[in-house]
Design a protein around this ligand. Structure first.
Ligand code: IPE
Ligand code: IPE
Ligand code: MG
Ligand code: MG
Ligand code: MG
Length: 302
């Protein structure tokens, strides 16, 4: 992949969403201070910010050759912060002893280890509420904010991420079919990644043809992201991941690697990359950062 310009663009996305998150989060001396310190610890930690980057890249693709106006720029920042807040909450709860029982996240102790379990649960609750409060402040037409809110709520809820996590919990030690595994992955991870892509389009006023292309792209990269995460759990080190490697096998989780083996899982990643690229064809040049993000997501797992 020729990364000329892409790495700088990605760094700028990270800086922009970090600023938006810092502004959205209550100060760490606001009462109750311990809760707010833990929320900031969870949300401002060194994540890759891929969901935020998808929001910005989809905004560019939807706007085509025009630059975003200042309201659209602010709306993209709010949408990017909102998806990263939902994601941060999902990680805090995913790591709890009653879920994956992890002690390391983003290279640091998980929230329940650094603070305590009750605080970690409340941090997740509060980050979720803050995500919607942040999205509601996007300065675009109320109809677009409403659509964006419905989209994010659907992706985060029992028909999306939370539903996928419920299936994950119920699937420990089970042999899922490929269709069941795909559904679990699309819900627990694909839904929020897909919402990130669509939110970038919605807040910039994308028309229906653009939304259709974004939806097709989102389906491919959403699944690819969790397939790559399954692969990395087997192939990468704890130091590289910033989370404990080898957890899926240790906890008897069904994954693409346990079901199909490493080689077939990697072949699937390549297929998903070409599906993502094909989906973007109608959007042409302005979708180049979406194309490069698909490559980044897939190349992590290869
Ligand atoms: C990890 O997501 C959880 C999954 C959905 C697989 P990321 O790999 O995006 O985590 P961060 O945000 O970079 O820490
Ligand atoms: C997490 O899947 C999906 C979420 C909704 C957080 P994993 O449990 O595989 O994520 P990691 O590997 O802990 O980051
Ligand atoms: Mg999990
Ligand atoms: Mg986990
Ligand atoms: Mg994982």
């Amino acid at each position: 992949m020729n990364n000329t310009g892409f790495d700088d663009w990605l760094d700028a996305c990270v800086a922009q969403v970090q600023q938006a998150l810092d502004t959205a989060l209550p100060a760490d001396n606001a009462a109750p201070a311990r809760l707010h310190q833990a929320m900031r610890y969870a949300a401002l930690g060194p994540g890759k910010r891929i969901r935020a980057a998808l929001v910005y890249a989809a905004g560019e693709a939807a706007l085509g050759s025009s630059a975003p106006n200042s309201a659209q720029t602010i709306a993209l920042n709010h949408a990017a912060a909102a998806v990263e807040l939902i994601h941060a909450y999902s990680l805090v709860h995913d790591d709890l002893p009653c879920m994956d029982d992890d002690t390391l996240r983003r290279g640091r102790p998980t929230v329940h280890v650094q603070y305590d379990e009750a605080t970690a649960m409340l941090v997740g609750d509060a980050l979720q509420a803050l995500a919607f409060a942040t999205l509601a402040l996007a300065p675009v037409a109320p109809a677009l904010v409403l659509q964006a809110t419905q989209l994010l709520a659907h992706a985060a809820g029992s028909l999306g991420m939370v539903g996928g996590q419920a299936i994950d919990c119920a699937s420990v030690g089970q042999a899922l079919t490929r269709a069941q595994l795909e559904q679990m992955h699309q819900m627990k991870t694909g839904a929020l990644l897909g919402a990130s892509v669509l939110l970038g389009g919605v807040v910039t006023g994308a028309g229906s043809a653009t939304r259709q292309a974004l939806e097709a792209y989102a389906g491919a990269i959403g699944l690819a992201f969790q397939v790559a995460d399954d692969i990395l759990d087997v192939t990468a080190s704890t130091a590289t991941l910033g989370k404990t490697a080898g957890k899926d096998a240790a906890q008897h989780k069904p994954t693409y690697v346990s079901l199909l083996g490493l080689d077939v899982a990697q072949d699937l990643l390549r297929d998903l990359r070409s599906q993502a690229h094909t989906a973007l064809r109608p959007l042409a040049g302005p979708a180049r950062h979406l194309t490069q993000l698909a490559d980044l997501i897939v190349d992590r797992g290869r």
